[in-house]
Design a protein around this ligand. Structure first.
Ligand SMILES: N[C@@H](Cc1ccccc1)C(=O)N[C@@H](Cc1ccccc1)C(=O)O
Length: 615
């Protein structure tokens, strides 16, 4: 390990830099940009693919979609274990990116209707083929995207030396910007691609292109990452670290239990009971990880609120008016407000707000930022509740009339946007109406109506539900607060998870961080099922209050948390181990160190000689 550390110092000293940043970082952020484009682009059209291509009903489409998303945040733990204990982060990223790209290609192929469209009528004839291929594809994608997620962030962090803490913090912000740049572009582009018509025998909505472009971007991500290969610092994996951690914790618990009687003196920390068998350094590292994981316990609640942007808030938008004059915004398009705000807020926070707070003499520590982030998310839900009350008031005295019911009564009615066709045998007639967002009407069709003539005048209508009068722009404050909260909570948390992790468990802690996202998603399902509140705004208030309570608990936990420098602690333990060694070992180590220094000096000389010859 000492050798590795010296090697890292030497490597970083020699690596190329641009404005104080290692050049290798460029390849990592471009890789993240392309990977997030691939992930969010595919996700943007996934539910529609289930519904319109695979012909699943809404419930099945929604549950498979959420299962997929949850799986994407459960697999990071697998990737982290493989990286930290076996393959190392670099190889894990390469191998899992290949799996990921294969998954994306499988999705694109599964969406080519012509493959099984034997009768060439535009619909697949062997749906099982498409379903199986897309499920295999999604499984591979979840394995790939989740598996590499904790590795890429930690691998990026590894490229910085101990003296580059400021640069490393900026790297995590730029990393976050790239995530949002990629996701913003893809969530705009893939729905446009999907809306195109394509096919060999017959033209259909082009899901294959909407999945094909993300697949291509994943291949680009992989190629970019490989191109940077020679420039990365690649920390070596240190054996089955997770196995050792579990065994060590198990031993500490059982040893503590064996020595539970009062005659045995107590130890400072329960993990110290493992000292009888395990290395003090490993115990210290486990203590560091457990301390951070304990702090993570309240965090899922933040994600519970955060992830409702895609569900509850989008549904809220469907009851609002999306007419912005020159453009009409669709409810699901409101989600793009999040990455747009991220792209503006991250630079503002980093270059204006945080330095200003520092200038005022306040120590705005990472945990304080995360607490404020939680508070802002709770505030966002209060805004959502206020908007909901506005919507409810505007729709209060209206009676609902379900259009499907209407269609059951008049099955011959075909609706094409705002034009209706009444049809009976060969005879038909059309009438048109203008409809506002979210409105509902009942039409009275006289029994004496003669089809074949113009029925525009003969059909009268009543407005059951007025057009949505509450404008979608009112959602902007809630998006603003949740995104400001995300910047303070998520960007900081990403860096915090890296900086507080021992050197051999960086990816594992990143995975722990992502696990809080997965748990947060499960809480949404549970609370929504159990609470079943009659009014939507009360549910928003409930979530805001829950997060506020969690925020208070977290701030107390954060108050007692002492920041550590894992490198320093590890070095101290190594020194202590060194003190315990006998003379022979000491001499041996000194000899090794000298040989290593000589090796490094020699390679330094060669490096500079190389530079001189090049000049
Ligand atoms: N702001 C999100 C990206 C986003 C883009 C479009 C619609 C919604 C969200 C973001 O930065 N995501 C990051 C971090 C994250 C956030 C939530 C759950 C897991 C990770 C990402 O890595 O995707």
């Amino acid at each position: 390990q000492l050798k590795d550390r010296l090697y890292k110092c030497h490597f970083i000293k020699q690596s190329k830099e641009v404005c104080g940043y290692p050049l290798s970082i460029f390849f990592i952020v471009v890789n993240e940009f392309c990977e997030r484009f691939s992930y969010y682009g595919m996700r943007a059209v996934l539910v529609l693919y289930f519904k319109y291509f695979l012909r699943w009903d809404d419930d099945l489409a929604t549950s498979i979609y959420h299962t997929f998303v949850a799986l994407c945040y459960l697999t990071p733990i697998l990737g982290a274990i493989v990286a930290d204990s076996w393959l190392g982060k670099f190889k894990t990223i390469i191998y899992l990116s290949i799996v990921y790209a294969i998954g994306q290609v499988a999705m694109a192929v599964s969406a080519i209707h012509d493959i099984t469209d034997t009768d060439r009528d535009g619909t697949p004839n062997n749906m099982t083929f498409h379903v199986v291929l897309s499920m295999v594809g999604l499984f591979l994608i979840a394995l790939g995207t989740g598996g590499i997620k904790p590795c890429v962030a930690a691998f990026g962090g590894d490229q910085f030396g101990d003296h580059q803490e400021r640069q490393r913090r900026t790297f995590f912000s730029v990393f976050y910007l790239c995530i949002n740049g990629g996701s913003l572009l893809s969530t705009i582009i893939t729905p446009i691609l999907r809306a195109q018509n394509c096919g060999i025998y017959s033209k259909q909505k082009c899901y294959s292109l909407a999945f094909g472009v993300p697949a291509a971007l994943m291949v680009v991500a992989l190629v970019v990452f490989i191109v940077g290969s020679g420039m990365y610092y690649k920390a070596k994996p240190e054996g089955n670290i997770m196995g050792d951690v579990c065994k060590c914790i198990g031993f500490a618990i059982s040893n503590r239990y064996k020595h539970r009687s009062k005659q045995y003196p107590s130890r400072e920390h329960w993990m110290d009971w493992a000292e009888d068998k395990y290395d003090k350094l490993l115990i210290a590292q486990i203590k560091m990880v457990l301390k951070v994981l304990f702090l993570y316990i309240p965090l899922p609640m933040f994600w519970t609120l955060f992830d409702q942007k895609g569900s509850r808030w989008t549904l809220q938008a469907t009851t609002m008016d999306g007419n912005f004059g020159a453009i009409v915004i669709q409810p699901d398009q409101m989600q793009t407000v999040n990455p747009i705000l991220i792209l503006t807020l991250v630079p503002i926070m980093d270059s204006v707000i945080y330095p200003l707070i520092k200038k005022c003499g306040l120590n705005f520590t990472p945990l304080k930022r995360m607490t404020v982030g939680m508070f802002l998310a709770a505030l966002a839900f209060v805004c959502a509740a206020v908007v909901q009350i506005e919507i409810d008031v505007s729709r209060k005295h209206l009676t609902y009339f379900n259009l499907t019911q209407f269609l059951k009564i008049f099955p011959f009615l075909i609706i094409i946007r705002a034009t209706f066709f009444l049809q009976s045998g060969q005879l038909s007639c059309a009438f048109s109406r203008d409809f506002g967002f979210g409105s509902s009407y009942t039409f009275f069709i006289p029994s004496t109506l003669s089809l074949g003539s113009n029925c525009q005048e003969s059909i009268t209508g009543a407005e059951d539900i007025k057009p949505n009068s509450v404008h979608m722009a009112l959602q902007v404050p809630q998006y603003f607060f949740i995104t400001a909260g995300e910047v303070m909570f998520s960007v900081t948390g990403l860096e915090f998870s890296y900086s507080q992790a021992p050197s051999n468990m960086k990816a594992v802690l990143q995975a722990g961080w992502l696990l809080t996202v997965a748990i947060g998603n499960f809480i949404v399902l549970i609370v929504a099922e159990v609470a079943k509140l009659p009014k939507q705004w009360t549910e928003y208030v409930l979530f805001a209050s829950l997060l506020l309570c969690v925020c208070i608990i977290f701030s107390i936990m954060a108050y007692f948390y002492t920041y550590i420098d894992p490198t320093e602690i590890e070095a101290k333990f190594r020194r202590n181990v060194g003190d315990d060694d006998d003379d022979k070992n000491d001499k041996q180590r000194k000899l090794e160190m000298e040989m290593m220094k000589r090796d490094l000096d020699r390679s330094d000389d060669e490096h500079y000689k190389g530079k001189q010859t090049k000049m």
